[in-house]
Design a protein around this ligand. Structure first.
Ligand SMILES: O=c1ccn([C@@H]2O[C@H](COP(=O)(O)OP(=O)(O)O[C@H]3OC[C@@H](O)[C@H](O)[C@H]3O)[C@@H](O)[C@H]2O)c(=O)[nH]1
Length: 347
C-alpha cells in the first residue's frame, strides 16, 4: 500500500493463471510434466538427462532438429516418462504441461547467421507461441536468453542491470536482438497476463555433445586438434570469453526454474580459471588435449565482442549456485566425447 507503480513494478502484475484442475486432484499423484523446447540440442539434452534421472518428471521434448539431434536423447527414446516431438516452435504447440524450459534456437554464430530471418522468427514467434501455451495451461516458463544481449559490452564484467551495447542492424542482430525481444515478450506476458517467468542469460558454455562442426570456439579447437588441423584463432586472439561447463549450466537452470525470481539472471563461469583469451585457449587445448597441435591466426567475423565475463553475484546469492568445473578439468571431459565421436584413437 502507498506505493506507486514506479516504485514497485510488481504491483502492475496480474495474478497468474490457474494451473490445470488435475493439479489439485486428490485422486491422482501426477508427475511434473515438463516441456523442453530445443531438448535435442547440446544444453537441452543435458537438461533432459537431469530432469529424467530424478524419476519425478514426465518430459516432452519439442525440437525441429536444425542443430539438435535425436542421438543426444537416444537413452530416453522409448522410456514411458519421455516423449519426443518433431516440432518447430514458430508454429503453435498444444500440450498440457506444468513447466516449460524454452531453449529452442540455434546458438552457434555460424548456425544462427545461416538463416537470420528464421533465427528472428524462432526467437520472436517461438517465444510468443510458448508464452501463449504457458498462459493457456498456467505453466511456469523459463527462457534461455544469452550474454549476447550485452553486445560488445562497455562494462566488464557484465551485471544484469547493464543494458548492453548491441548493433541493431549487424549480422549478429538476428540472435542478440531476437533474444532481447524474447526477453521483452516474457516480461510483457508477465506484467499483462501474470505468467510466471524465469529468464537465464547464458554465457559461453561447452561440454560433451556439442556438434563437432558447431563452429563455436571450444568445439572447433578440440575437433581441429584431434583431426590434426591447425586451430583457427580468429584475430586478434586477445578477445576473452569465460567458459562454463555444461553440468554447471544445467544446475543453474534447474535452480532458477525452482526459485522465486523472474530474473534475468546471468549464468556463466567468471572464475579466473575460466576466463581465457582465444590464444590462451588454443595453448590450453595444445597442453591438455593434443601436444602436437598448432594454431593459425584467421580473419574474424563482424561485431565479435572483445570481452565477456558474467557478474554472477545474483545467481550466487539468490540461487545459491556457483559453477564448479574449471576449464582445465572440463576440456578433457569434452575431448573424451569428441575422441569417441570422431573415431580417433586416444593417445
Ligand atoms: O574457430 C574459432 C571460432 C571462434 N573464435 C573466437 O572465439 C570467440 C568465441 O566465439 P564463439 O563462436 O565460440 O561464441 P560467441 O562468444 O561469439 O557467441 C556465443 O556466446 C554466448 C552464447 O549464448 C551464444 O550462443 C554464442 O553465440 C570469439 O571471439 C571468436 O572470434 C575463434 O577464435 N576461432
Amino acid at each position: 500500500m502507498g506505493h506507486t507503480a514506479n516504485e514497485d513494478d510488481s504491483l502492475a502484475v496480474k495474478a497468474p493463471p490457474l494451473p490445470s484442475p488435475l493439479r489439485h486432484s486428490k485422486f491422482t499423484t501426477q508427475k511434473m510434466r515438463i516441456l523442453v523446447t530445443g531438448g535435442a540440442g547440446f544444453i537441452g539434452s543435458h537438461l533432459v538427462d537431469r530432469l529424467m534421472e530424478t524419476g519425478a518428471n514426465e518430459v516432452i521434448v519439442a525440437d525441429n532438429f536444425f542443430s539438435g539431434t535425436k542421438d543426444n536423447l537416444r537413452r530416453w527414446i522409448g522410456h514411458p516418462n519421455f516423449e519426443l516431438i518433431r516440432h518447430d516452435v514458430t508454429e503453435p504447440l498444444l500440450v498440457e504441461v506444468d513447466q516449460i524450459y524454452h531453449l529452442a534456437c540455434p546458438a552457434s554464430p555460424i548456425f544462427y547467421k545461416y538463416n537470420p530471418v528464421k533465427t528472428i522468427k524462432t526467437n520472436v514467434m517461438g517465444t510468443l507461441n510458448m508464452l501463449g501455451l504457458a498462459k493457456r495451461v498456467g505453466a511456469r516458463i523459463l527462457l534461455t536468453s544469452t550474454s549476447e544481449v550485452y553486445g560488445d559490452p562497455l562494462e566488464h564484467p557484465q551485471k544484469e542491470e547493464y543494458w548492453g551495447n548491441v548493433n541493431p542492424i549487424g549480422v549478429r542482430s538476428c540472435y542478440d536482438e531476437g533474444k532481447r525481444v524474447a526477453e521483452t515478450l516474457m516480461f510483457d506476458y508477465h506484467r499483462q497476463h501474470g505468467i510466471e517467468i524465469r529468464i537465464a542469460r547464458i554465457f559461453n558454455t561447452y561440454g560433451p555433445r556439442m556438434n563437432i562442426d558447431d563452429g563455436r570456439v571450444v568445439s572447433n579447437f578440440i575437433a581441429q586438434a584431434l583431426r590434426g588441423e591447425q586451430m583457427t584463432v580468429q584475430a586478434p586472439g586477445t578477445q576473452t570469453r569465460s567458459f562454463c561447463y555444461v553440468s554447471d549450466m544445467v544446475e543453474g537452470l534447474i535452480r532458477l526454474m525452482g526459485s522465486d525470481v523472474t530474473g534475468p539472471i546471468n549464468l556463466g563461469n567468471p572464475a579466473s580459471t575460466c576466463e581465457f583469451t582465444m590464444l590462451e585457449l588454443a595453448e590450453a587445448v595444445k597442453e591438455l588435449i593434443e601436444p602436437s597441435a598448432s594454431w593459425k591466426l584467421v580473419e574474424n567475423t563482424p561485431d565479435d565482442p572483445r570481452k565477456r565475463k558474467p557478474d554472477i553475484t545474483k545467481a550466487e546469492s539468490i540461487l545459491k549456485w556457483e559453477p564448479k568445473v574449471s576449464l582445465r578439468d572440463g576440456l578433457p571431459l569434452m575431448a573424451a566425447d569428441f575422441f569417441e565421436r570422431l573415431g580417433v584413437s586416444k593417445k
